[in-house]
Write a protein that binds this ligand. Structure first.
Ligand SMILES: Nc1ncnc2c1ncn2[C@@H]1O[C@H](COP(=O)(O)OP(=O)(O)OP(=O)(O)O)[C@@H](O)[C@H]1O
Ligand SMILES: [Mg+2]
Length: 275
């Protein structure tokens, strides 16, 4: 059995054993014992840059924090990319670290936190369809990153994911990322105008750069081959951590009239958001 088995029974000894063996994680890497911060990349449209931005953000974050990643997209692009990175000796593959066999984000968090194997951040990639998977991840997110391309079609297509974020009362944690931005296009200004009123957090822009698409050929991230990419992903990560810190202050308090409770509890609420 090579499959990480993470179940709702958080102290499942077998699951913890398999986590330790499969991933060779060093225990207790969370900063000051704080709970892991969960950053979910989500959209209701394919090809907007969720995987690319999650991967680049994770590699950027790993310079200053201990990072784990989970791939909830059945296509498993991020998982495959991380496997290839892991098999590339000159790349330091231990951080960020990819979790294998995650069945739900909530159960993975519970197992990692209660076993002491959680790191500072868990970065989660999700599919552009299968909204039940997206919903489960958003339910346990400290920060929800919503990449969209500056086009009318993308703006129309984000309704489904916005409905999920709103149903779960997470509007204050969502961060729009205008991705693949062409500075010369007037569509950028139009898109900014449309998304600014939807979130209290200032949107971040990421340029259209071939290096984001080129870097994975050698199991690298765009930020590892392009300085401008590194700078803008740095800005994105700063925006993410600002939200995460603010959310952290609310830990243990009521958030939108509900206690955050355990990850599994949050996931149960995701299945019946108003329940
Ligand atoms: N800022 C960018 N500049 C140039 N190309 C980009 C950028 N962001 C992503 N891409 C490219 O766009 C394509 C789609 O990106 P990606 O796979 O990350 O999207 P996705 O939202 O994860 O898609 P899916 O919903 O299919 O999982 C890829 O070829 C990727 O390399
Ligand atoms: Mg993807």
């Amino acid at each position: 059995m090579n499959k990480l088995s993470i179940r709702n029974t958080a102290m499942d000894a077998w699951a913890i054993f398999m986590i330790a063996i499969n991933l060779a994680i060093r225990p207790n890497q969370t900063v000051g014992g704080l709970p892991v911060k969960v950053v979910v990349f989500a959209s209701s449209k394919g090809g907007v840059g969720k995987t690319t931005l999650a991967f680049n953000a994770a590699i950027h974050a790993s310079k200053t924090a201990a990072v784990q990643m989970a791939d909830r997209d059945p296509q498993r692009s991020l998982l495959e990319l991380c496997r290839r990175r892991h098999g590339t000796p000159e790349l330091k593959a231990d951080n960020p670290q990819m979790l294998d066999g995650v069945e739900t984000v909530a159960s993975a968090i519970d197992v990692l936190e209660q076993s002491g194997y959680a790191r500072d951040f868990l970065i989660v990639d999700t599919p552009g369809s299968f909204m039940d998977i997206v919903s489960e991840a958003v339910a346990v997110a400290d920060v929800v990153v919503l990449p969209i391309r500056p086009s009318p079609f993308d703006l129309l297509a984000m309704t489904a994911v916005l409905d999920i974020v709103r149903a779960l009362g997470k509007e204050d944690r969502m961060l729009f990322v205008l991705n693949m931005v062409d500075a010369r296009s007037d569509l950028t200004a139009d898109a900014l105008k449309a998304i600014r009123p939807l979130s209290p957090n200032q949107p971040v822009q990421i340029a259209n750069r071939t290096d984001y698409a080129r870097a994975p050929i050698t199991a690298r991230a765009g930020i590892e081959i392009n300085r401008d990419a590194a700078a803008e992903i740095g800005v994105l990560w700063d925006a993410i951590t600002r939200i995460a810190k603010r959310v952290g202050k609310n830990d243990g308090k009521k958030v939108y009239g509900k206690s955050r409770g355990s990850a599994a509890g949050r996931a149960r609420r995701a299945r019946s958001p108003r329940g």
